[in-house]
Design a protein around this ligand. Structure first.
Ligand SMILES: O=P(O)(O)OC[C@H]1O[C@](O)(CO)[C@@H](O)[C@@H]1O
Length: 251
C-alpha cells in the first residue's frame, strides 16, 4: 500500500485526477471504477477542466460505479446516476451508454446484483477503481461486518452512514435505507485501487487503516490484501497518524 501525502483537498484532487488521466492515456479503452460523495467532486472538476483545456478523450472509456440507492432513479436529484451524469459524464466526451451505475429501481434487486457483477467481468474487469472512505471505514456501501468475500449485493445502510449522507437530502427521513453496492471481493478484483481521504472527519478511519489490522469491522482494511493500492490523503485526514508512521509501507 502506497501513501501519497497531499497538502490539502485541492492537491489531493489534482494528484488523483493525474493518475486517472495517465491511466486513460496509457489505455484509451480503460474501465474506470468510480465513486460518488463529496471527496471525489474535486477530482471530477479536474478531469472536466483537463478535458476542456487539453482534450483528453474518454470516447473509448467505460465506467462502472460502486453503488446506488435503492428506490432512486436517474431523474432523482439524489441518485448516484444523476450525480455522475451531472458532475462528470456531461463534462466529458464519454458515450453515456458506456457508463454504468447499478439500477436502484430494478424490480428484482438480486438479479440486478448478478447482472452488475457479470457486466464488470464482461467489460474485462476494472483497471482503476477510485474509492472514498466512510467515517466508519466503509468502502462503496460495504458497512462494517461485510464479509471480504462479498460480491455486488443489497445492503441496509448504517444509521451513521444515513446521517452522514443526510446533508445531500431535504431531511434524514428522505435518505434511503437500502443501497446496491459492489462487494469487497468485487472491489479487490480491480487491477489498481486509489483511495482518497480528506478532512478531519476521515482521520479516525484512516488511522485505523494504518494500524494494519485486517478485519471486516473496518471494511477498508481489506485493501491490505490487494497488491496495488495508492492512498492519497490530505494533512487533515492524516492528522491522527504520527509522521514517522506515514512513510512506511503498511503491511
Ligand atoms: O466522500 P464522502 O461524501 O465523505 O463519502 C465517502 C464514501 O461513502 C460513499 O458515499 C458511499 O457510497 C462513497 O460514495 C464515498 O466514497
Amino acid at each position: 500500500m502506497k501513501l501519497i501525502e497531499a497538502a490539502d483537498y485541492a492537491d489531493m484532487s489534482r494528484q488523483a485526477a493525474r493518475m486517472i488521466i495517465e491511466q486513460v492515456k496509457e489505455k484509451p479503452t480503460a474501465v474506470l471504477g468510480l465513486a460518488t460523495g463529496s471527496t471525489v467532486l474535486g477530482v471530477y472538476r479536474e478531469l472536466a477542466a483537463d478535458h476542456r483545456q487539453h482534450g483528453t478523450s474518454y470516447r473509448l472509456v467505460r465506467t462502472v460505479n460502486l453503488d446506488e440507492y435503492v428506490g432512486l432513479g436517474p431523474d432523482h436529484p439524489n441518485s448516484y446516476r444523476h450525480y455522475m451524469n451531472h458532475h462528470l459524464f456531461a463534462q466529458l466526451d464519454i458515450p453515456l451508454h458506456e457508463t454504468h451505475v447499478p439500477d436502484g429501481l430494478a424490480a428484482d434487486l438480486g438479479e440486478e446484483c448478478r447482472r452488475y457483477e457479470q457486466l464488470i467481468d464482461a467489460l474485462g474487469g476494472i483497471d482503476l477503481q477510485l474509492l472514498g472512505i466512510g467515517r466508519n471505514g466503509h468502502i462503496g456501501f460495504n458497512e462494517p461486518g461485510t464479509p471480504f468475500s462479498s460480491t455486488t449485493h443489497v445492503v441496509e445502510l448504517a444509521a451513521s452512514t444515513r446521517e452522514a449522507n443526510a446533508r445531500f437530502f431535504p431531511s434524514l427521513d428522505d435518505v434511503p435505507h437500502y443501497a446496491i453496492t459492489m462487494g469487497i471481493a468485487t472491489i479487490l478484483r480491480s487491477r489498481r485501487i486509489v483511495l482518497l481521504a480528506s478532512g478531519e472527519e476521515k482521520a479516525a478511519a484512516l488511522a485505523r487503516l494504518f494500524e494494519g489490522i485486517v478485519s471486516p469491522e473496518l471494511p477498508a482494511s481489506a485493501l491490505h490484501l490487494h497488491p496495488d493500492v495508492t492512498i492519497i490523503a490530505d494533512q487533515k485526514a492524516l492528522s491522527l497518524i504520527p509522521k514517522e508512521q506515514r512513510q512506511v509501507d503498511v503491511p
